[in-house]
Design a binder for this molecule. Sequence first.
Ligand code: GLN
Length: 483
Amino acid sequence: MHTKSLTELAQGLRSGEFSSVELTQHFLKRIKQYHDLNTYITVTEEIALQNAIAADARLASGQGAALTGIPMAQKDIFCTLDIKTSCGSKMLDNFIAPYNATVVEKFNQAGAVLLGKLNMDEFAMGSSNETSYYGAVKNPWNINTVPGGSSGGSGAAVASRLASCATGTDTGGSIRQPAAHCGITGLKPTYGRVSRYGMIAYASSLDQGGPMARSAEDAAILLQTMAGFDPKDSTSVDLSVPDYSAGLNNSLAGLKIGLPKEFFSTDLNSDMAATLKTAINEYRKLGAEIKEVSMPNLKLAIPAYYVIAPAECSANLSRFDGVRFGYRCENPVDLTDLYTRSRGEGFGKEVKRRILMGTYALSTGYYDAYYVKAQKIRRLISDDFKNALTEVDVIMGPVTPTPAFGIGEKIADPIEMYLSDIYTIAINLAGLPALSIPAGFINDLPVGLQIIGNYFTEDRLLNIAHQYQQVTDWHQHTPKGFE
Ligand code: GLN
């Protein structure tokens, strides 16, 4: 049952091949069996079975939606009513959310079954899932390598079939990079397409939730449920939601694909370059035209991001003060002691590093030199994309510089870790949609191809991804031992 696509699962539920309770029990059993991957922070077994019973009743009455009865899991950054929502941090280890994130609410209304909450880098800061308070997640393709981050639990759980699909969030690459490392399909929507209400904030002007699934076809079904205007999120965009599945089979004849020369420079690992060339060649066969484009400011994306994201996180994380939410130190002697010890003991090293960097960048005397300058660079990067996207329909490139790296390999060197996102971060600064699809293997580890589109063209991106998945089978490979 765990090998089926979302459409096949929906059919199986309707034809009576299996019930949602049976399907849910099957996934719960797998989660226990492969517990060592550490993909889940919380398994909501009882809730899952209650959801499944309700879904079976709904299906029996003929009222099910596309996801009714389908077991899925949420990244532990989305608030879930009465369920622990840790954000991968000791700070929120005891936090039971008092409300549902809009995304969670939408899945509930669709009748999806919640299997649990997935592991992630602490407060979504990381590229390897190693900053999680709950320990590293193992990549099912090779358990000595990382699954990517920060949505590493989502990537690994979907790849190892411990959930039929999952949510992720992407501030600088956290959906696309784990999708690439785990051999699944991950879409970061346009900023404002999916509500951020109840999604614990890291860097509010960059954060965006999106689907992590086995195929573009599945991702389209998930995005259909997730997308849409939300009056509770002031940055949510009030634009109608298209039918994401309707255009999946559209022809790609005449599609103009841009390849930024900055992405394919000599810096790109030669195996990676060769794999991506083969993938892009498939698009040529499908009728696309390929053109080189130039985006001279892309190289400034990492430095700009590592000013803007920490600046926003230093403000967002100031709410974790030992008073209102989560962790509180023992026996504080006064208020200052309460603040400093609660934060000092509750946050991990990387989170503290970001808060320090952000506070510094925002402080008087440095604000203009760092923060204002980074914002100007952000505009230049957006303009680079805007210009390129007048010449071509989509831009393609790598997702990551290399396939999954070893657990422990980069954790001691933050700069090396930050460079893992060199191909994804600019897209968040511009607010554009982009997805990662499996495009081959290097040393038995999956490689992702990134496809970047213009604002609110998720339907076209999914169509482009789906067409590739009709002529290749990279997305159907399963890691050994998890079949
Ligand atoms: N790896 C990047 C960071 O650490 C991006 C994380 C994300 O997209 N949430 O900030």
